[in-house]
Write a protein that binds this ligand. Sequence first.
Ligand code: SF4
Length: 64
Amino acid sequence: MKIIADTGKCVGAGQCVLTEPALFDQSEEDGTVIVLNDTPDGELVEKAREAVNICPSQALSLEE
Ligand code: SF4
């Protein structure tokens, strides 16, 4: 599984960071998402799915 982030769609809401700070951070400049680990395993897989579902701008997706 791989996390894909479309920073063009990201509105910097930070929901992904709140969901799992081990996977996501936000740019200091414009608040857009930075993926810290795009190939999660273990319990982070579920967290990645949660973040994809919770993102208000559909900026995150998963490549299975
Ligand atoms: S939840 Fe979505 S819109 Fe918000 S920072 Fe993360 S990727 Fe961007």
